[in-house]
Design a protein around this ligand. Structure first.
Ligand code: GLC
Length: 556
């Protein structure tokens, strides 16, 4: 690896605004805090805990969907985009949450799911009742089947959750009818974004929440809305992260150029509102240059950097992904948006405890290779300190500030992610990162709610991770997050330009603003530069040396 001494700065002039360096905390409402004891988290539960998030030191929260939904995919199957699922509360509760968050100085980002609706959405019910070729069916992707009697699906696409991406409907007269496309569960029919009615509807949904005061939208499956017009067969693997690179053709269901026009229109709408309302893309797109197209100046503000999330825990891999990411976003004048965990991936405190180089598992269960918990936590803390020093914005996932691991021993009968069933029990799915989080060690459900109820069982070992055990305890993961979030703000790290110092096969070392950052991936402990004054480290230094799998921030 070469040592670089270049400041990475934007070619087009950097974007400005609160979001360019914000630390944004993802709340998964089902699993954050339960106010009524039914075992499912809710909006009043969140509102009651906002003060604690402000105390942690984050700038904003992003809430996964809380809209009316049959919960076939934990709320990513939306039946009504302008309401609140009764399990989670009421529209008044949402208004209060937004107002209280603002009073605490926290911005609020909500989730928007435009690729598909729930099959319980009024539009889809109308489509089922209507005839082929009708305007009602035109809002979705209905096609005649292939083969004799149309008994074969229209193409060979697979659902991201496993199984075919098409389901055949039964016509009102009881006979087998057309097929509809669902890139996810059968209960999540894909919308047809060539329909002007669909476009108008989502502009109106955006207005509905903007008028209620939200500060932005996380756009679900932002790379999937437009499909290649001919819906051509695709024999290649079709995992969600199969954007494109120079070596292979772009899949016909992901990252089609037509999506950008949609986001330009949304951006114009957001810009017509006061404050700085933002769009963040959930787009599993490679390479970084292709992802950067989503954050061109007239499109979205941020796009999750999943290539970073997926990068191996080695100095060369981390160096490469950081460099590439900064170059790609700098070229369009956008900040990079770093992330290590979310509700779709194995928590990084467990992921980093797996052997380096094994493919990322989609869930871990009894009988699967288990992560090394201590190693995972040690590396997770080092990775977090590295991430929070990088210029740009960063997303945290609820519980990571507690060092919370994946639940890797969930009983299979408790699993709720549709992936488990649809993959024919070959992929455990994402439940292990969605378990309700611990607040108080000695309370029922560890303080998640007033009763023992918890929609996914919590492991017995989670008392030690509870917030009340860690708050005020020097060296705890929680206090590490609080401290570095404060330091990040004081030193304006999100805004800094990164300058690489001597980075090699075992060490990453850079300056950002007036702060030096060193991560040691090697076996031997390494010294900080002479005269360095330690600001914080992910674990105690070893005789003044930075030990293996540790990050230190220092003042030169
Ligand atoms: C996104 C969400 C995921 C959901 C899927 C379908 O990837 O993050 O949780 O299952 O979209 O909406």
């Amino acid at each position: 690896m070469n040592t670089q001494h270049t400041d990475q700065e934007s070619a087009t002039g950097p974007a400005t605004g609160w979001w360019t360096e914000a630390v944004i905390y993802q709340i998964y409402p089902r699993s954050f805090a339960d106010s009524d004891g039914d075992g499912i988290g809710d909006l009043p539960g969140i509102t009651a805990r906002l003060g604690q998030l402000a105390d942690l030191g984050v700038d904003a929260v992003w809430l996964s969907p809380f809209y009316p939904s049959p919960q076939a995919d934990a709320g990513y199957d939306v039946a009504d985009y302008r309401g609140v699922e009764p399990l989670f509360g009421t529209l008044d509760d949402a208004d209060k949450l937004i107002a209280d968050a603002h009073a605490h100085g926290l911005r609020v980002i909500v989730d928007l799911v435009p690729n598909h609706t729930s099959s319980a959405h009024a539009w889809f019910r109308a489509a089922l009742a209507a005839a082929p070729g009708s305007p009602e069916r035109g809002r979705y992707v209905f096609r005649d089947g292939r083969g004799p009697d149309g008994a074969e699906p229209p193409n060979d696409w697979r659902s991201v959750f496993g199984g075919p991406a098409w389901t055949r409907v039964t016509d009102p007269d009881g006979r087998p009818g057309q097929w509809y496309l669902h890139l996810f569960d059968t209960a999540q029919p894909d919308l047809n974004w060539d329909s002007p009615e669909v476009r108008a509807e989502f502009l109106d949904v955006l207005r509905f929440w903007l008028d209620r005061g939200v500060d932005g939208f996380r756009v679900d499956v932002a790379h999937g809305l437009i499909k290649q017009a001919d819906l051509a067969d695709w024999q290649e693997p079709q995992e969600i992260l199969s954007g494109s690179d120079a070596q292979r053709p772009r899949p016909p269901m992901w990252d089609q150029d037509g999506v950008h026009e949609i986001y330009r229109e949304w951006r114009r709408l957001l810009d017509s509102y006061d404050g700085q309302r933002i769009l963040v893309a959930e787009a599993w797109v490679e390479p970084a240059e292709r992802l950067a197209r989503y954050v061109r100046p007239d499109e979205m503000h941020q796009a999750f950097n999943f290539e970073y999330l997926l990068a191996a825990w080695t100095a060369p891999a981390q160096y490469a992904v950081i460099t590439r990411s900064l170059e790609a976003t700098d070229a369009v004048g956008a900040p990079t948006t770093w992330v290590l965990s979310n509700h779709d991936v194995v928590r990084h405190a467990s992921r980093l405890g797996l052997p380096i180089g094994v493919p990322r598992p989609n869930g871990i269960g009894v009988g699967d290779p288990q992560p090394d918990a201590a190693l995972g936590l040690r590396r997770a803390r080092a990775a977090t300190l590295l991430m929070l020093a990088l210029p740009g914005s960063a997303y945290l996932y609820q519980g990571e500030e507690l060092g919370l691991p994946e639940h890797t021993a969930l009983p299979d009968e408790a699993r709720q992610d549709p992936t488990w069933e649809r993959s024919g029990h070959t992929e455990r799915g994402r439940d292990g990162c969605r378990v309700p989080i611990p607040w108080e060690a000695d309370a029922p459900s560890y303080g998640f709610g007033p009763t023992d109820a918890s929609w996914l069982p919590q492991p017995a070992s989670w008392a030690e991770y509870a917030r009340d055990r860690q708050a005020g305890t020097p060296g705890s993961t929680y206090e590490m997050y609080r401290t570095v979030l404060r330091l990040r703000r004081e030193h304006d790290l999100g805004r800094g330009a990164l300058r690489w110092l001597a980075s090699g096969d075992e060490v990453l070392h850079f300056r950002t603003g007036e702060v030096g950052v060193l991560t040691n991936f090697g076996a031997a402990a390494v010294p900080l530069p002479e005269g360095a004054e330690l600001l914080h480290a992910s674990c105690p230094l070893d005789d003044g040396l930075v030990p293996t799998d540790a990050t230190a921030w220092y003042r030169p």
